[in-house]
Design a binder for this molecule. Structure first.
Ligand code: HEC
Length: 276
């Protein structure tokens, strides 16, 4: 028993460290797994903007029937490769070539929402939701883009037209040779960085970094957030299409167990009544 407890404690300790290392704070993705219109919009965005580079090779187009699309709709709106609705979502791009272009191969996205989830921490959906909304222009990067949750990412911000231009301001409290200073870095809409150092007297905290995006077109940026929420819902559904069903089943199992506990308890009382 003690040994088991030790192992459990160790496991807990490990997840704690992992969470602490996680850097940028992840934002909560809206839960739209039961919203067919959102899932359909997500599928449309996914096929239009992501399949050029990524594959989703355990996903067949005709599985999109499960989110309320007909074969006709799939063929007319989502199949650009001239393939059949029974085809897998594979990609024409060569993995080796992609690696040369971007410095890293685009991973298969079939189960990325699951792959990115940490057991005790935030969900993979939260990761994707934050990742897709923290791209910023950075002229020093080969693609012209950088990302807050994935620094120096090889992927360009492929949805930038939907989001519109934004400026990024990072304010860091930093302890240098001369003592504490506030370092403000601003990336303008073209990715040109301006850095300002200000000494701060009497600061007794620790090193912190705060980031703030300023969209030039707030309405467009808000519509983008909404689209990304749909896209992430679709990717979560794709990673685990039977999740909803499993959750429903789980509820029934718990109800059954609760019910059965009462029966077992009563039965136990009845059996022992005569023995005593
Ligand atoms: C122009 C090609 C290209 C397109 C289009 C593209 N990606 Fe990527 N993506 C990449 C590359 C390259 C990487 C690998 C980046 C790296 O490891 O540095 C990547 C990585 C990723 C990752 C993994 C990030 C991580 O933390 O490991 C996710 C998630 C992702 N892309 C999602 C998407 C989504 C969603 C879309 C559609 C909106 C999309 N990508 C469109 C090239 C692309």
């Amino acid at each position: 028993m003690k040994k088991l407890l030790g192992v459990l404690m160790l496991m807990l300790a490990c997840t704690g460290v992992q969470a602490a290392e996680g850097g940028y704070h992840l934002e909560k993705a809206p839960d739209r797994l039961n919203d067919l219109a959102a899932l359909q919009n997500g599928a449309k965005l996914f096929v239009n903007y992501c399949l050029n580079c990524h594959s989703a090779s355990s996903m067949r187009y005709n599985r999109l029937r499960d989110i309320g699309l007909t074969d006709e709709q799939i063929k007319d709106n989502l199949l650009f490769t001239g393939g059949k609705v029974g085809d897998m979502m594979t990609v024409a791009m060569d993995a080796k070539e992609a690696k040369e272009w971007f410095g890293a191969a685009p991973p298969d996205l079939s189960v990325i929402a699951r792959a990115k989830s940490v057991n005790a921490g935030p969900s993979g959906a939260d990761y994707l939701y934050t990742y897709l909304r923290t791209f910023y222009r950075d002229e020093t990067r080969p693609t012209g883009w950088n990302n807050l949750v994935f620094p120096n990412v090889g992927m360009p911000h492929v949805l930038w037209e939907l989001q519109g231009p934004r400026e990024l301001t990072m304010v860091a409290m930093h302890k240098g040779g001369q003592g504490w200073e506030r370092v403000t870095t601003t990336y303008d809409v073209n990715g040109v960085a301006t850095v300002k150092h200000e000494p701060v007297a009497g600061y007794h905290g620790h090193e912190t970094v705060e980031t703030r995006f300023t969209p030039k077109d707030p309405a467009r940026a808000a519509a983008y957030d909404n689209d990304v929420a749909d896209l992430v819902a679709f990717m979560s559904w794709m990673a685990e299409p039977v999740k909803q069903q499993r959750v429903r089943l789980g509820v029934w199992v718990l109800i059954f167990l609760a019910f059965f506990t009462v029966i077992a308890w009563r039965l136990n009382a009845v059996y022992w009544k005569d023995v005593k």
